[in-house]
Design a protein around this ligand. Structure first.
Ligand SMILES: [Ca+2]
Ligand SMILES: [Ca+2]
Ligand SMILES: [Ca+2]
Length: 397
């Protein structure tokens, strides 16, 4: 389930108690959208645009906060609403929409992204329209829907250097995480180039500081990539935003981004034909079951509000892949990576892997520091029964 339904509608009393006991539940009063690539300014070409914000819900939004953020993570000043501003705040009643135009006429091109914050309960959506004018003529105009930040995305990619066709991406490592979840922080975004046959061609990590943003072409990210057709899968421990862009000559188009990883490329169940069983009790960090990796574990959240903990050792720079498979199970898994110091928020979390009609979880991330880590599995609704079964798969590369 989405976090919003967990935090909004279900068990408010239980939630309040669990927040106090830091049991991994999240109070939320704001939600976010990201437009992962903004640009404005330049002499020729000149870039400008507008963000159209709509409240599609039946609740008024007391405050919608549109923030412009530069690639270095600092506030980005653009011309909007009659002055130089780093963002706009406004109320948006149900059904209303508002345009936020921006430009940087006469100034060098600035790049960054936009973050839109609004209260839980409002259904705010947004679209970016970007215009590029060269020699007095419009050469490109693209529309891009605002994205709900997440930690797994996939998009189509094509590179053909002979015809000048390039694919680029821009990643925004902004402050999109919910309260009582990992603070926005520096993190590595794992970028996997996936062949048409579903195998991984190459993997790399885009390291971004807190609130930073980076646009990059695939042939820069994957050195010398001159000819490619397939997909790009991106994952990180905490929520981020990504846009894919196709460029041919001076024409730019935005690519559709889908939620979820290109799962099959990372699925290694076939390499461990016989799963191990979980060993209870594993309900607390001190009782965590120690895993030898790679691991394929079968378990169950067999009683209400149970947690299962598993312990791993990891070193900085390793890529962790950890996911649950809950086919034919009642479990709606919720997977977090934590340190044994439980006072800290989790290092990473994933509820939904983003695949259609799936409630299982997927984490793929760069480990930032040597240490002992705990993987915790719970049911999203704190339910449990012998039918709440799962498989957990964990590897480090
Ligand atoms: Ca269990
Ligand atoms: Ca347990
Ligand atoms: Ca889930």
């Amino acid at each position: 389930m989405m976090l919003s339904s967990r935090t909004l509608n279900s068990f408010p009393l239980v939630l309040a108690l669990l927040v106090l006991t830091s049991a991994g539940v999240h109070a939320q009063d704001e939600q976010f959208l990201v437009l992962p690539q903004l640009a404005a300014g330049g002499l020729d070409p000149t870039i400008s645009g507008e963000i159209l914000v709509v409240n599609q819900g039946y609740d008024d939004a007391a405050t919608v906060e549109v923030s412009f953020i530069a690639s270095d993570g600092q506030p980005l000043e653009l011309n909007s609403d009659g002055g130089a501003v780093t963002g706009l705040d406004f109320a948006l009643a149900a059904g209303r929409s508002r345009s936020v135009p921006f430009d940087l006429d006469g100034q060098p091109t600035a790049t960054g992204y936009a973050r839109i914050a609004f209260p839980v309960g409002a259904s705010v959506r947004a679209t970016l329209i970007l215009r590029i004018v060269s020699g007095g003529s419009l050469v490109t105009q693209i529309g891009v829907p605002a994205q709900i930040p997440g930690n797994n995305f996939t998009f189509a990619a094509k590179v053909d250097s002979a015809s000048g066709l390039k694919t680029g991406l821009a990643v925004a490592n902004g402050s999109f995480q919910l309260q009582n979840t990992p603070d926005p922080q520096a993190q590595g975004i794992v970028v996997d180039l996936i062949n048409p046959d579903g195998t991984i061609r190459e993997s790399t990590v885009l390291q971004l500081g807190q609130n930073e943003h980076q646009p990059i072409f695939l042939d820069e990210l994957f050195n010398g990539l001159g000819d490619f057709v397939g997909s790009v899968s991106l994952s990180a421990g905490i929520d981020f935003g990504v846009i894919g862009l196709l460029q041919e000559s001076i024409v730019l188009s935005s690519l559709s981004i889908d939620t979820g990883p290109n799962f099959a490329a990372f699925d290694f169940r076939d390499s461990i034909p016989v799963p191990l069983s979980e060993v209870e009790p594993n309900d607390t960090p001190n009782e965590a079951q120690v895993l030898t990796l790679p691991a394929r574990i079968q378990g169950a959240i067999s009683v209400v509000a149970e947690a299962d903990f598993f312990q791993i050792q990891a070193t900085a720079g390793q890529i962790l892949t950890a996911y649950t498979v809950t086919q034919n199970s009642l479990l709606d898994s919720y997977l977090t990576l934590e340190t044994p110091a439980q006072a800290l928020p989790p290092q990473a979390l994933n509820d939904q892997n983003g695949l259609l009609v799936r409630s299982d979880s997927f984490l793929r991330m760069r480990i930032s520091a040597d240490g002992t880590y705990l993987l915790r599995i719970e049911d999203f609704f704190f339910d449990g029964s012998l039918s709440h079964t799962y498989e957990l798969l964990v590897r480090l590369d």
